[in-house]
Design a protein around this ligand. Structure first.
Ligand code: ADP
Ligand code: ADP
Length: 226
């Protein structure tokens, strides 16, 4: 069974614009899929429909064997990382990462264990008592990722998480994201307009153009073979 299964997904906005045109895609459990394409091709729209932030016009969105079309984001057990980090400025790094667990009344002991585990994976252990204003861009993005991975979500969804970082940091963070995803083995969908990111991250690439899924395959299948 696929972890995430999209069947004939269509999105028409209120003004009639069709942003996503009959997309079908199966994402396997533990797989890392990159959704790539030029600005405006419908990547964010598709990602937001997986998470539940955008209504689906028609088609079936399945998470495991559950049809989630009508389910609110909080009932889907997915974690999303946005391109603007959306950290809480008045909270420490520790409390920013802990936030999703606090909402679920997790015990202090478990919060501490889980936050420390995430912090180690993301090299934030030494910064847990700092506030976001005193962190670099890369560290802030790591905190946002920490918040996404701290709970046991069924999948991670990334919407251009590195686009606000400089080129050097982006390369470094790419490596870290790939490592983190392999360590955790969590199904991941990652949206980018950056070809390099598409080719170096992930198991498979899905190419979207004007709302249509044009190709799906490994980097080798898509970019290297004649
Ligand atoms: P991408 O993430 O690939 O840049 P988006 O999913 O953000 O693309 O947008 C796809 C298309 O849908 C674009 O043409 C965009 O202008 C349009 N669009 C996005 N959001 C809305 C909206 N709320 N209302 C109308 N059109 C929208
Ligand atoms: P992205 O960085 O994904 O391309 P945009 O800057 O295109 O995002 O869009 C930012 C926000 O504006 C999104 O929430 C999107 O839904 C909304 N939006 C984009 N295009 C339109 C549009 N044509 N009409 C209304 N809202 C739009």
């Amino acid at each position: 069974m696929a972890a995430i299964s999209m069947r004939n997904i269509v999105k028409r906005y209120g003004d009639g614009y069709q942003a996503v045109d009959n997309v079908s895609l199966d994402i396997a459990d533990g797989e890392f899929v990159i959704l790539v394409g030029p600005s405006g091709c419908g990547k964010s729209t598709l990602l937001r429909m997986i998470v539940g932030l955008e209504d689906i016009t028609s088609g079936d969105m399945m998470i495991g064997d559950v049809r989630v079309n009508q389910k609110a984001p909080r009932d889907r057990n997915l974690s999303m990382v946005f391109q603007n980090y959306a950290l809480y400025p008045h909270l420490t790094v520790f409390e920013n990462i802990a936030f999703p667990l606090r909402l679920k009344n997790t015990s202090d002991k478990e919060v501490k264990d889980r936050v420390q585990e995430a912090a180690e994976l993301l090299q934030l252990t030494e910064h847990l008592e700092r506030k976001p204003a005193n962190l670099s861009g890369g560290q802030r993005q790591r905190v946002a990722m920490g918040r996404a991975i701290v709970r046991n979500a069924d999948a991670f969804l990334f919407d251009e998480p590195l686009s606000n970082l400089d080129a050097k940091l982006r390369g470094q963070m790419r490596t870290e994201i790939a490592r983190m995803q392999k360590r955790l083995g969590t199904t991941t969908v990652y949206v980018t307009h950056d070809q390099t990111e598409a080719m170096t991250l992930g198991d498979r690439i899905a190419v979207l153009r004007r709302g249509v899924l044009q190709q799906v395959g490994t980097a080798r299948q898509l970019y290297e073979e004649p």
